[in-house]
Design a protein around this ligand. Structure first.
Ligand code: HEC
Length: 127
């Protein structure tokens, strides 16, 4: 009897894990509730008209339209494709150190990076 318990425990743990993975995949990320609060707390101080990041790149992160318009060189979000979206490349540290964002500050938490990653993957909607 006592020899069964570890196996049962493992089976239960695996079921719980599978269930949590499934619900994570089904979660819809909201721009308004999930993404904007991160940008607002970590990016907007520099990326709004008059801010240092806006002056240098033309990127205004204070609105959805500004985010989707991108920099003076063009879009930083490719809806559905976080791997090539510059927004994700820069905050995930996949670009040169000098242009990692936030500029010269502690990176976003991995969980915050993931939220923005999932949002782009789901189509970067104004939801
Ligand atoms: C302390 C100010 C500051 C903060 C905070 C900041 N940025 Fe920047 N950002 C800059 C500056 C300055 C530049 C211009 C860099 C350059 O061209 O040398 C820039 C440029 C950019 C660019 C354009 C890069 C390019 O190659 O064209 C993107 C995209 C960007 N920032 C995204 C973000 C995001 C997303 C956040 C928040 C996670 C953020 N930034 C936070 C200052 C900041």
């Amino acid at each position: 009897m006592s020899r069964m318990q570890p196996a049962l425990f493992l089976a239960a743990a695996m079921l719980t894990f599978a269930a949590s993975q499934a619900s994570a995949a089904a979660e819809i990320v909201s721009y308004r509730l999930d993404v904007f609060p991160i940008l607002d707390s970590r990016c907007v101080a520099c990326h709004k008209p008059g801010g240092e990041g806006y002056q240098k790149s033309g990127l205004d992160l204070s609105t959805y339209d500004g985010l989707m318009k991108g920099t003076q060189h063009g879009a930083i979000v490719v809806p559905g494709d976080p791997l090539t979206s510059n927004l994700n490349v820069l905050i995930e540290g996949r670009a040169a150190m000098a242009i990692r964002m936030p500029h010269n500050q502690r990176p976003l938490l991995k969980a915050q990076q993931q939220i923005i990653h999932d949002w782009v993957k789901q189509g970067a909607n104004n939801n």
